[in-house]
Design a protein around this ligand. Structure first.
Ligand SMILES: Nc1ncnc2c1ncn2[C@@H]1O[C@H](COP(=O)(O)OP(=O)(O)OP(=O)(O)O)[C@@H](O)[C@H]1O
Ligand SMILES: [Mg+2]
Length: 331
């Protein structure tokens, strides 16, 4: 691996990967994009599920039509129907004008249901009908309408336990699972880290007007030793953070990757790691609950109270975070 300037910057959201796992994923995308089937995209947070959905749309026959993302965790269940299917004027208090929903707005194109595990059972039933019968009803309208959308869905949770807990309909699961794409975690395709890291460095440098031209070999080797629980998003954030703090031109070096960029959630360094010299915490008076509460409060505030976004920001599993927030009475 030679030190090289970053020259892979193409356009935002280019999906990169040289590993055999990613080559297989690209093959699958090529095959599945051409057929109108519904696809369940599964993978840990930050692995690139939305990019896969966009690639399926872009490479398919609907590419000149809209691609819309419906985030199932961001919309309260009470608003689901009107957001998804639209409503007539007067359909409910506050419905002062007729409004179309996502299904209509995505007509001819693709509707991507992100975080589908967060839908209520009632809303799942409506999605199942949309899938099976290709029909839907706007709120306050008697007539059924024909839906012309390709549906894609994503989840970062295994849905099988949700079925056992009666939180996810088995019939919808089987319908979605008929065609499934698994996006592998970054730690299982470490070969992609150099390419991705250099790409993100080049992109960030261009966007921020910095003289950074790439990342040197030693720093890349160091990046390849981490676990990346937050996957590609975490790598991107880390590289962007290094570009922001970098005060020299040329290649990013190890010391540009400040501890603040990477220490928080990265796995421990391997045996050659230097011992921690000093602790930033007042260990004698340290109150874990207070620190934890303050961290969650700050992250919730930054994410406008959205728990999924907070979980992503902290690199935590959403349901675990939810339980913790309940316990700390922060939710
Ligand atoms: N193979 C890749 N090449 C380039 N960029 C990537 C790749 N995979 C992911 N990214 C980038 O990483 C970030 C996270 O990707 P994306 O939003 O698609 O992940 P996700 O799986 O949908 O995450 P979440 O479960 O948190 O919603 C985005 O900025 C995306 O552009
Ligand atoms: Mg996503």
């Amino acid at each position: 691996m030679a030190d090289q300037p970053n020259h892979t910057f193409k356009k935002p959201e280019t999906m990169l990967g040289e590993s055999p796992a990613m080559q297989r994923l690209f093959d699958e995308i090529r095959k599945i994009a051409a057929v109108p089937t519904t696809v369940l995209i599964q993978g840990e947070s930050g692995t690139g599920k939305e990019l896969v959905a966009r690639a399926l749309h872009d490479r398919g026959p609907r590419s000149d039509r809209p691609f819309l993302v419906f985030n199932c965790s961001a919309i309260p269940d009470t608003l689901f129907e009107s957001e998804m299917f639209g409503h007539n004027r007067g359909a409910f208090t506050g419905a002062v004008t007729k409004q179309s929903g996502f299904v209509e707005a995505a007509a001819g194109g693709t509707l991507f249901l992100d975080e589908i595990s967060e839908l209520s059972q009632g809303s799942q039933a409506k999605i199942l009908r949309l899938l099976e019968q290709k029909t839907y009803q706007s709120l306050g309208e008697a007539n059924e309408k024909h839906a012309d959308v390709r549906l894609l869905a994503a989840t970062n949770q295994a849905l099988e336990p949700f079925i056992e807990q009666d939180r996810f309909r088995a019939d919808l699961y089987y319908r979605l699972n008929a065609c499934r794409i698994e996006v592998p975690p970054l730690r299982e395709r470490r070969e992609d880290i150099p390419l991705l890291a250099r790409y993100f460095a080049g992109r960030a440098a261009t966007e921020m007007g910095k003289r950074v031209t790439g990342i040197d070999d030693a720093a890349v080797r160091e990046l390849m030793r981490y676990q990346f629980p937050g996957n590609v998003r975490e790598l991107r954030n880390m590289v962007e953070c290094a570009v922001i703090h970098c005060e020299h031109g040329g290649l990013l070096r190890n010391d540009d990757f400040l501890e603040t960029c990477r220490s928080r959630r990265m796995g421990p360094k391997t045996e050659s790691a230097a011992p921690v010299a000093s602790s930033p915490w007042p260990l004698d008076t340290f109150d874990f609950h207070e620190v934890e509460t303050r961290l969650y409060r700050a992250a919730l505030q930054r994410s406008n109270g959205n728990i999924s976004a907070t979980a992503r920001l902290l690199g935590l599993d959403r349901s675990k975070l939810r339980r913790r927030l309940d316990k700390l009475e922060l939710a």
